[in-house]
Structure formats: C-alpha cells, structure tokens
Design a protein around this ligand. Structure first.
Ligand code: SF4
Length: 474
C-alpha cells in the first residue's frame, strides 16, 4: 500500500426520470465509495421540492431503508466525500441543499476551487452568512446573486468566476445539471439505463452497479441540462491556453480499475504503465509482487513484460479500517499492520521486484518493505509506476506539504537508502504519458513536473475555509 496519507476527491452520481431513482443512486454510490469515505448523501425530487438525507460515514452507515423511503423520488443526485477543503462535519456532507430567491437547489462537487476563500471573504464582507466550511458553497452564493440571476445563462456566468477543478451536479426541482471545468481536471461521464433514464457519474463503475451503459464523457467546459424533454448541451469558458488538464493521477491511483476514466479503462492503463516500467527499469529477480492493492494492475504488466512470475507477498484484511484516514503516523502504522500481513514462505530467500503505484511520504512504503526484509527477502527492487511526486496539488488532492514529499527532499539514491531497498526506479514522465490515450498536453501532471495548468504562483489558500486554520501555499 502506498502512503495513504493522500486525501482526495469525491464521487458524484445523478439520475433523471426513473421510478427507483433514489435506490439506484444508493447503489451507484456503492460503486463510488472508493472516492470518498467520510460522508455520503442523496438529494431527490418529485418535481416539487428537494429532499435530502446525508451524514458522516460510509454509504451503508448513512442510509437505511427508512431513509431511502423518506426521500423517494424519480430524480436524485448523490455524493461520497473526502474533505480537501472544509472539515469532516455533518454540515459539509454533500449534496448541499439551499433555498434562495430562485427556489431550491442542491449541489454536489468533486474538485477544489483555488479562489474559493477569496470569493467567500468578499461575500462575508458584505454580510453573507455561510452554512458550511466547504468551498462548494461559494458556487451557490454566486448563483443566488441577483445580478447573476438576471443574466441570460446564470450558470455560465457563475462558472466563469470559478478557478480550479470542478465536476458538478446541480439539482433543481425541474432540471438536473452536470458541468465540468474548462480544463476537465476531474472525470464525469454520461450514461443511460435500459429504460432510457439518463445517468451521470464520476466513474463508469457506478453505471455497472445499476446496469447502465456509458454514452460519453461530459466534455471539459460543457454544461449538460437534463429534463423530461431530454438533454441539452452548451459550453462555457474561454481560451485557457491549455488543451486540457485531466488529472493523470486518476489513472495512476484514484479511480477504480474497472472504470473508464477519460475514455479508457483504468486497469489497462495501469498495466501498460507497469509494462513500460519493466522496459525502462529491468532487473533480474525471482518474482514480481505488488504492494496491495492499487499496484496490482501495474505489477501484472511488469511481470508479463519482464517474463518473471507474478506473485503475492501480502495478505489483505478487508475488516481493518482504512489507514490513511487516521490522524497520526503511529496510528496509521498500526492500522497498516492490521490490514497487511506478509506471507513469509512466499518471500523468504527470494529476489523480489516490488511494484508500487506511487510514493508520497515514503513512511508507509518503508514499513512494508521492512516487513518483507524481516520475512527473509534476499533482494528487494522497488519499481514505482509513477514519476517522483515533487510538487503539491491545488486541484482537489490533499498531498502533504511539499516538504513532506520524499521525492522533494531526497534524491533517488537517498530514497533507496531510506526505504532499505537494493534498487529503486520510477517510470519516466514520457513513459507514463506514452501509456495514456490523450495527447500529453491534455493532462495535468503538475505534481510530477511543477508545470501547473492554472496560475498558482500567487498565494493559494488551500484547505483553508475555516477561519484560524489558514494554510498559505506560496
Ligand atoms: S497536480 Fe497531480 S494530483 Fe493534482 S490534478 Fe494535477 S496530476 Fe492530478
């Protein structure tokens, strides 16, 4: 397991025009649970009013039969959340629901707005009261502003005020809207059930949960409005100077291997990255093992390409909590021990190629590699299926402070020594980009390269919506 100190992303799901919309949203959220485990919620409508149920915890903890019955409707949007901006509280659980002069609106957001704190301060200075500490709420304050409501397309106008990463679902009693920022940082796709109801989700795994088919991605800078009349598409945003900035880390780590993300299957991309790594950094060994579970696809690719058997070095407990949400490193180490156990007989006396999808701080990876050594591994060659992470992310991924990133503070040789491995290689930047379908200038790779698609040279208030908890990044 890589350093699961990464907190990130959220999952969105929406469905229009199905008698079982709430139940299907509930199922869809199970398919997006890996994108957020702090809270879950659903807002539905029967065409007159919006009804909400949301809370802290996993999908199966937040919803029971009575909750689903209470919000029954033929339209619904749902959300699973990790907090990257705004703390983990009930009031921040999404979808958020508001009433304003234009009626009721619910919103669900995946991403991070880099100008949210500034926008919020401007509104607070003129007396606006915020109900949450989530960056998402500023979108509603922008939308409710009378001057913006007077525009021909209020939402176009509102979205043009936003900077950063956002895939959005908005629900009004008479329409559902899906939108993706002009650079397309986070994924969002459109599908359809067998009975013709339109569905929108962060990943196609959610479509699989309800037997819906994938139609296409919501395009960067596209707004799709879904009503009983069908779907209508329009575009917003001017020339950003970039062709796109789809987050390549979705392919490396975040998304489920069974999903299509940015139009291609995540498992196959990861496998190709493993194979590329094998050609770039070959080494003789007895067996290729993944650090479970995200690196499995890359390890399969490495093993196939290298002609070295693929094996297991760890067993995984599905009953331990997720280590990276614990607040302290010692707590995380204990949780990792509960979750992963070395198969001593599989590694004793063996020369291992250990494949990892990414290394962030290096502390958790070090612990696992140490356990392999203690179990008798003769050689350990670490191969990482992403380039070194040297820069922070401002677009919805809670990488630690740059000074805590091991590749920022240590050379490859130093890292090799710190991790206690015989050799260490990362896939090259070019090698990584050769494994994905879109052109290189359609991806964000800033955490590897430092080449940010949006101007973040000005101080950016990241994760900073609570007063007194501002962390300034310069
Ligand atoms: S900086 Fe890295 S994690 Fe953040 S959006 Fe870009 S590629 Fe993704």
């Amino acid at each position: 397991m890589p350093d699961r100190t990464i907190k990130h992303y959220c999952g969105l799901f929406g469905i229009w025009g199905h008698e079982e919309a709430v139940q299907l949203t509930h199922l869809g959220l199970y398919g997006l649970q890996h994108r957020g485990q702090e809270s879950a919620g659903i807002v539905s409508t029967n065409g007159e009013e919006l009804l909400r149920h949301a809370g802290l915890g996993l999908v199966n903890q937040v919803f029971d039969r009575h909750a689903l019955e209470r919000i029954r409707g033929r339209v619904a949007i749902g959300h699973t959340r990790y907090s990257t901006t705004g703390s983990c509280t009930n009031s921040n659980a999404q979808p958020l629901l508001f009433s304003f002069a234009g009626g009721q609106v619910a919103i669900a957001h995946n991403g991070n707005l880099i100008n949210a704190a500034l926008l919020r301060r401007n509104y607070e200075d003129v007396g606006h009261i915020f109900q949450t500490t989530s960056d998402t709420e500023v979108i509603i304050h922008l939308l409710a502003k009378p001057a913006h409501q007077g525009k021909k397309n209020p939402l176009n106008h509102v979205l043009n005020h936003l900077q950063g990463a956002y895939s959005l679902l908005l629900l009004f009693p008479d329409r559902m809207i899906a939108a993706r920022d002009p650079l397309g940082f986070r994924p969002l796709c459109l599908g359809q059930t067998k009975c013709g109801a339109y569905v929108v989700a962060s990943e196609t795994k959610a479509f699989d949960m309800i037997d819906a088919k994938y139609l296409r991605d919501v395009e960067p800078g596209e707004i799709i409005t879904i009503t009983d009349e069908g779907i209508e598409s329009r575009h917003f945003g001017g020339d950003t100077g970039w062709r796109g900035a789809s987050c390549i880390f979705e392919q490396i780590y975040f998304a489920d291997p069974s999903s299509l993300v940015f139009g291609e299957n995540v498992h196959l991309v990861r496998k190709a990255m493993g194979a590329k790594l094998a050609t770039e950094a070959p080494v003789d060994a007895d067996v290729v093992v993944p650090i479970p579970t995200c690196a499995q696809c890359a390890a399969v690719g490495y093993a196939e390409q290298a002609g070295i058997p693929y094996g297991r070095a760890f067993t995984t407990s599905h009953y331990a909590g997720r280590s990276f949400i614990l607040p302290t490193q010692s707590g995380r180490n204990m949780a990792v021990k509960m979750k992963l156990n070395v198969i001593k007989e599989a590694v004793d006396g063996k020369r291992l190629i250990v494949v990892e999808d990414s290394v962030v701080r290096g502390t958790t990876t070090r612990g696992k590699l140490g356990a392999l050594r203690a179990a008798g591994a003769k050689e350990i060659h670490l191969r990482v299926a992403s380039p070194p992470i040297k820069h922070p992310c401002y677009f919805g991924i809670d990488f630690p402070d740059q000074r805590e990133l091991i590749a920022h503070t240590r050379s490859v040789e130093d890292t090799c020594e710190y991790l206690g491995v015989d050799s260490l290689s990362y896939i090259s930047h070019e090698g990584m980009l050769s494994c994905v379908k879109m052109k290189a200038d359609q991806y964000c790779t800033a955490c590897f390269s430092g080449n940010y698609p949006l101007n973040v040279t000005e101080p950016v208030e990241k994760f900073a919506m609570e007063r007194g908890q501002l962390r300034m990044f310069t």
